[in-house]
Design a protein around this ligand. Structure first.
Ligand code: SF4
Ligand code: SF4
Length: 67
């Protein structure tokens, strides 16, 4: 099972990963990180397929997939 790790402190809230997820499993947080940005969060870690499209899209290397 793939494990997705999203570093909320690296995220700038651009939303590119959210549009890239084929199963719509990412959303923007309601809270802000310490830099004042909303951040992407995984809706259901168990549903993540590990396709890595989100991490390839992220300009800030905030997402890692462990296989
Ligand atoms: S690895 Fe794939 S399925 Fe999982 S959150 Fe990223 S884009 Fe979605
Ligand atoms: S693509 Fe990266 S920086 Fe942009 S919202 Fe997603 S995790 Fe955050």
């Amino acid at each position: 099972m793939a494990k997705i790790n999203l570093n909320m402190e690296r995220c700038k809230g651009c939303g590119l990963c959210i549009g890239a997820c084929p199963i719509d499993n990412l959303r923007m947080s309601e809270e802000l990180n310490s830099k004042g940005y909303p951040f992407a969060e995984v809706i259901d870690k168990d549903k993540c397929t590990g396709c890595a499209l989100c991490c390839r899209m992220c300009p800030d290397v905030a997402i890692e997939i462990e296989k």
